[in-house]
Design a protein around this ligand. Structure first.
Ligand code: GTP
Ligand code: MG
Length: 326
């Protein structure tokens, strides 16, 4: 009997113990959900989604199934006090950007389970920074990494293995750094949404600790044109980012999106540059940063975060070796 089959048998037993009936267990089996990854999918889904996707008889049975799956995969969502939360947060690794100044701005690095947004005009370093994170995530924890792999969703066709290799050399990693980065290039928003909801967790189960969507907005702006599509577009982005955040929390992975900026002319004649995507992306992101080119240097500024002061900023530079301290 193979390992997977043995796991399946054990999961059946655990589900039965947790009060899930044989009919439902059979349903899970035919849906391909009798695996650790499948149970995490059940945890990630809402009861309403489970009712629809598994044709369950009631909302209550979906809630019960989720609770059983949560106890089996050991996912904690119980309330904790702030002291416990602080202890928990201190134990989590923080992902280094490989740039001291930016790490300090981020108060030590990027935290798993949170969504970081880097917005800026073209050439402001968004893609370079994402490449660098796909390398630093592979470093061991004592070097600021998460000893993990990366999933890079490239909607603009700007991913470059050569840049990964150059950065990997700088951080003392070899060519193997390339095979630890999975690149996915969706053709449209449907493919992007399906990948994030249905395939991403396979890579997370396999050790990915960073998920990048570079950029989150490009496909939506191209596909949903005009005001009459705006509401539907916003709803679709909201749902995509919601799934991204569910997976980041369940798998303790860092989630990163890049975003374009739009110019809003003010009556005063000043043009205000704001990230695209409106309130939906603003609310979904845990931390938002605006990146700018300033002469020969680059600048990254916090525009919204529950921890980092708004307006805090630091300069950096981009060289052959990647993103570096100015
Ligand atoms: P868009 O995707 O167009 O919105 O821009 P972006 O913000 O993603 O810019 P990106 O990170 O791709 O590039 C920022 C800058 O990095 C470029 O303008 C170049 O100056 C620099 N850069 C990119 N690749 C290299 C490289 O291989 N060597 C060096 N020295 N600089 C590079
Ligand atoms: Mg880019």
């Amino acid at each position: 009997m193979g390992g997977a089959k043995a796991d399946e048998k054990e999961l059946r037993r655990l589900l039965r113990e947790a009060g899930v009936g044989p009919t439902l267990i059979a349903k899970l089996e035919s849906a391909g959900l009798l695996s650790p990854r499948g149970l995490k999918f059940i945890v990630a889904a809402t009861p309403d989604e489970l009712v629809e996707w598994l044709s369950l008889s009631s909302y209550e049975s979906a809630v019960k199934l989720r609770e059983a799956a949560k106890s089996i995969v050991g996912y904690q969502s119980a309330a904790v006090d702030a002291a416990q939360l602080m202890e928990l947060e201190e134990r989590l690794p923080k992902l280094t950007t490989g740039v001291k100044g930016i790490d300090e701005l981020l108060q030590g690095g990027l935290r798993p389970g949170e969504l970081y947004e880097f917005a800026g005009e073209f050439g402001t370093g968004k893609t370079q920074l994402c490449h660098q994170l796909a390398v630093t995530v592979q470093l061991p924890e004592e070097k600021g990494g998460m000893a993990g792999k990366a999933v890079y969703i490239d909607t603009e066709g700007t991913f470059s293995p050569h840049r990964i290799l150059a950065m990997a050399e700088r951080f003392g990693l070899g060519r193997s750094a390339l095979s630890a980065v999975t690149v996915y290039r969706p053709l449209n928003t449907g493919e992007l949404e399906r990948f994030v909801r249905e395939e991403l967790s396979g890579y997370l189960e396999d050790g990915a600790k960073l998920v990048v969507i570079d950029s989150v907005i490009a496909l939506y702006r191209a596909q949903y044109r005009g005001m009459e599509w705006l509401a539907r577009r916003q709803q679709a982005i909201n749902y995509l980012l919601d799934w991204l955040k569910r997976w980041a929390r369940i798998y303790s992975a860092v989630a990163v999106i890049t975003n374009q900026v739009l110019t809003h002319p003010l009556p005063s004649g000043v043009a205000l540059k704001l990230p695209a995507g409106g309130n939906i992306i603003a609310h979904a992101s845990t931390h938002r940063f605006l990146m700018r080119k300033a002469g020969d240097a680059w600048l990254i500024e916090c525009i919204d975060s529950p921890r980092i002061p708004k307006g805090a900023s630091v300069q950096f530079k981009i060289t052959e070796a990647g993103v570096e301290d100015a």
